[in-house]
Design a protein around this ligand. Structure first.
Ligand code: AMP
Length: 393
């Protein structure tokens, strides 16, 4: 009998899934359900990229989860589900580790929805749906904020009256599952760097940076929400709060309109007037697309400097995320003006998308490490659901 762990990343109308063997670290399959509702589509693939047929009711999250598992079940008839791991954007101020789900935890996490209204309710909907679809199967919540709870106070607070900090208005930082993966990969594959000062640039449709010392998060560019820091596909990144006051007071925009502007109309998309997709912008050839890339590169350089200052220096810069892992041009351009930090790229290695792309003589290592948030969820789920011991028994 094959025992498997399902990982779920639930959005408002989408579900990203992976299936891991309980005793392994490489996924057996991945998949995506899009447009949950009457017209949903589903795509499941095995580890070699071959399609796994699946169809059925996907009118709700619970129905979609059952359809996903039925698809995997007909491909691997001897499979049983041992546990489900969920990506949850917000774990609050006190949770520095992932957790087994029970009714009390679900209630606690629901109180955090006002902090992440665009993501948290959908993540929790995914947990409830999986509990309904697979009663009795352990569920584990993995938090994007957990890795950053090691922030020292100066990187955890805003200069607002203190009661706001006590009420939870803090720099939580996000993309924690990605940073956790990178930290564990450095520890196993580049142990000479693990104790050092490492800046990780997770550059994808969402983008942020994390400054790590000894494998722990010291600072991050994302703050209270996933809007702060770097410009992203459609999110603005760092913004003077005075702009928000102006939009409300002088332009009469509502909170909902401002939220739509900052989350969905800004960033690379807003600046280019064309696309949120870096590949499209790299090939566009318009002045606006070029300027959007210029702004992205500049803000990355600035934040690498800020992270290095927070760490008191830098031993390694690591790129990950769709842009960081694939765009040779963006990596080269970001590093171009960082020679003062000991950063110098080997262009042959960079063009080849090699793992180490710094030149031999450079003081600071520059690496490309493909991130793997699903693996972090699967391993945490395996440990918290007690599956390692049961397998050994
Ligand atoms: P992610 O959100 O991590 O999946 O990253 C998505 C972003 O990565 C999009 O902006 C893509 O255009 C970008 N991306 C993926 N592959 C490439 C590539 N080969 N060159 C440039 N950008 C890429």
């Amino acid at each position: 009998m094959m025992k498997a762990i399902l990982t779920l990343n639930s959005g408002s109308s989408s579900l990203k899934v992976s299936l891991f063997p309980v005793a392994g670290e490489t996924p057996l399959a991945t998949g995506l359900v899009d447009g949950i509702g009457p017209k949903a589509s589903i795509r499941l693939r095995d580890h070699e990229g071959a399609a796994i047929p699946a169809s059925g009711d996907m009118s709700s999250h619970a129905a979609a989860i059952r359809t996903v598992l039925a698809g995997f079940g007909s491909h691997w008839p001897d499979m049983t589900l041992a546990a489900v791991g969920h990506r949850v954007v917000h774990g609050g101020a006190d949770r520095a580790t992932h957790a087994l789900v029970d009714a009390g935890l679900l209630e606690e996490l629901a109180t955090l929805s006002p902090f992440a209204p665009l993501h948290q309710p959908h993540n929790l909907e995914g947990i409830r749906a999986a509990m309904e679809a697979f009663p009795g199967v352990p569920q584990v919540a993995c938090f994007d904020t957990a890795f950053h709870r090691s922030h020292p106070w100066v990187n955890d607070t805003f200069a607002l009256p203190r009661e706001f900090y006590e009420q939870g208005v803090r720099r939580y930082g996000f993309h924690g599952l990605s940073y956790e993966y990178i930290a564990s990969t450095i520890a196993s594959q580049a142990p000479h760097l693990a104790a050092g000062r490492v800046v990780v640039a997770h550059l994808g449709n969402g983008a942020s940076m994390c400054g790590m010392q000894g494998g722990r998060s010291i600072a991050s560019t994302m703050g209270f929400s996933a809007l702060d820091g770097l410009p992203m596909g459609t999110r603005c990144g760092q913004l003077d709060p005075g702009v928000v006051l102006y939009l409300m007071d002088q332009r009469g925009m509502s909170a909902r309109e401002i939220s739509d502007l900052l989350y969905k109309q800004s960033g690379l998309f807003g600046l280019s007037g064309l696309s949120n997709d870096m590949r499209t912008l790299e090939g566009a050839g318009t002045r606006e697309a070029a300027e959007a890339i210029d702004y992205f590169v500049f803000r990355c350089q600035r934040e690498i400097g800020a992270m290095a200052a927070a760490l008191g220096g830098i031993d390694a810069l690591i790129f990950c995320g769709g842009i960081g892992e694939n765009s040779r041009m963006i990596r080269a351009r970001i590093c171009e003006r960082l020679a003062w930090m000991g950063i110098e790229i080997d262009h042959t290695a960079n063009t080849a998308n090699a793992r180490v792309i710094s030149s031999d003589l450079a003081r600071t290592s520059v690496m490309v490490i493909p991130t793997n948030e699903e693996r972090v969820i699967a391993l945490a789920t395996r440990a918290l659901a007690g599956l390692i011991d049961k397998e050994a028994a």
